[in-house]
Ligand binder design. Structure first.
Ligand code: KG4
Ligand code: ZN
Length: 346
C-alpha cells in the first residue's frame, strides 16, 4: 500500500510517499525557517503564506521521485498507484494546517482516494517505523520532544495511547530556542546550541552543573523548562564563561532532565521498547545519553530513535502513522484542530 503523506503544521511544507508504513519511496521538505530566523521566531501569517507557495512543488517533487515519470506523467501514475492520502490535522498553526488539509481534500476528491487525518505528535513517533528492519515492539513508552510539545506516552498497541506526563510550561525545543536567543544564537536555537556545545565538549570533559534540573525529584513524570530562561539571563549577566560553555551547560540541563525522568517511567511502566521522537530527538547529546543510560540501567528495553532527517518535521512519518492507523475520514469531516492532544486519534 502506497500512501502520499502531507505535513504543513508549522513552518515546514512536506510531502512523502511511503510503502507499507516503512519504506520511503520519496521525501521532500521545503522550509520557511530562514524567513523566521530574521525575526527570531515563527510569524504564523508568513509561515502560512509560504505553505501555499510550497505545497504543490513538494507534491510534484515526490510524485516525480517515486514514479520516475516526467511531470506530465505523474497525475496518471498517482491515480493508478497511490492508495490513500494522509494529512496532518493538528496540533499546529491554523493557517498552516489548512493548506495541507484543503490540498489533501482536493486531491482525494479528484483522484477518488481515501483520506486519513493524522495527529502530528503521534506521527513523530512513527518516524521510528521508517526504514526499521525490525518493527518496534509493544507496549512502548514514547517521548515526543518538539518545538511546541513535550509528551511522554505509553502505547499498548497502534491507536491505544495513554498520556503519562509532559511539560507544565515551555516545551524542550522551546527551551533550546528561547535560551539560544538569550545567548545571541540564531533561530532555530536547538541546532545552534548543539553546535556550540559540541565545540566545548570536544575540548572539555568536566561535569556541567551550572543550571538546575527542575522537577527531577518530584513523583510526577512532568517537566518544567521555563525557569531556564531566567537562570541563563542571571548567569550571563556577569559573563565570566564563554558562549560555548553556556551552550553546553544549557544543553546538559535539558538533556539530563529528560533522561532522568524518562528512565524513571521506563522503570515503572516496563515497556518492551522506548521510542524517542520529535525535532529535539535530532540532538546528538540526547540520543547518546538515552542510549548509554538505557544500555546501563535497562538493557532489555529496545531503544529506538529515528534517523536524523526523520526527527524534524517531514511527511514520511505522517504516511507511516496513517498506514498503521488506517481508519479513513470522509473529506467532509476532515478539519484542522490546532490544539489536538496527543491522545486524540483525530
Ligand atoms: O518537531 P519539530 O521539527 O517541529 C515541531 O513540531 O515543533 O521540532 C522543532 C524543534 C525546534 O525547537 C528546534 O530547535 C529543535 O526541534 N531541534 C533541536 C535540534 N534540531 C532541532 N534541538 C536540539 N538539538 C538539535 N540538534
Ligand atoms: Zn513536529
Amino acid at each position: 500500500m502506497k500512501i502520499l503523506g502531507l505535513e504543513t503544521s508549522c513552518d515546514e511544507t512536506a510531502a512523502a510517499i511511503v510503502e507499507s508504513g516503512t519504506k520511503v519511496l520519496a521525501n521532500s521538505v521545503a522550509t520557511s525557517s530562514n524567513m523566521h530566523a530574521k525575526t527570531g521566531g515563527i510569524i504564523p501569517e508568513i509561515a502560512a503564506r509560504q505553505q501555499i507557495k510550497s505545497i504543490l512543488p513538494v507534491i510534484s517533487d515526490v510524485l516525480i521521485q517515486a514514479s520516475g515519470e516526467k511531470e506530465s506523467g505523474v497525475q496518471k501514475w498517482a491515480h493508478k498507484n497511490i492508495d490513500a492520502i494522509a494529512v496532518t490535522v493538528g496540533p499546529g498553526l491554523i493557517g498552516s494546517l489548512l493548506v495541507g488539509i484543503e490540498t489533501a481534500k482536493t486531491l482525494g476528491f479528484v483522484w477518488n482516494k481515501k483520506l486519513i487525518g493524522v495527529n502530528h505528535l503521534v506521527g513523530h513517533i512513527y518516524a521510528n517505523w521508517l526504514t526499521a528492519e525490525k518493527l518496534p515492539r509493544f507496549p512502548a513508552l514514547a517521548l515526543v520532544v518538539s518545538g511546541g510539545h513535550t509528551d511522554l506516552v505509553f502505547i499498548k498497541s497502534h491507536g491505544d495511547i495513554k498520556w503519562i506526563g509532559g511539560t507544565r510550561d515551555d516545551a524542550a525545543g522551546e527551551a533550546f530556542d528561547k535560551t539560544a536567543r538569550l545567548l545571541n544564537l540564531p533561530y532555530p536555537g536547538g541546532p545552534a546550541i548543539a553546535q556550540e556545545a559540541e565545540k566545548f565538549l570536544k575540548k572539555n570533559s568536566g561535569a556541567l552543573t551550572l543550571f538546575p534540573r527542575p522537577m527531577v525529584d518530584d513523583a510526577t513524570y512532568d517537566w518544567s523548562f521555563s525557569g531556564l530562561k531566567t537562570a541563563v539571563l542571571t548567569k550571563t549577566k556577569g559573563r565570566k564563561i564563554g558562549q560555548e560553555q553556556f551552550a553546553a551547560e544549557v544543553q546538559e540541563a535539558i538533556v539530563d532532565s529528560l533522561v532522568i525522568k524518562t528512565l524513571r517511567a521506563v522503570d515503572k511502566f516496563k515497556p518492551k521498547s522506548f521510542l524517542l521522537a520529535g525535532g529535539v530527538a535530532a540532538n546528538k547529546r540526547l540520543r547518546d545519553k538515552f542510549e548509554s543510560e538505557i544500555q546501563k540501567q535497562k538493557p532489555a528495553v529496545d531503544f529506538r530513535v529515528p534517523e536524523f532527517k526523520y526527527c524534524t518535521d517531514n511527511a514520511a512519518y505522517i504516511a507511516a502513522c496513517a498506514f498503521f492507523n488506517t481508519s479513513g475520514t470522509p473529506w467532509q469531516d476532515l478539519t484542522a484542530n490546532p490544539n489536538l492532544p496527543i491522545t486524540d486519534q483525530t
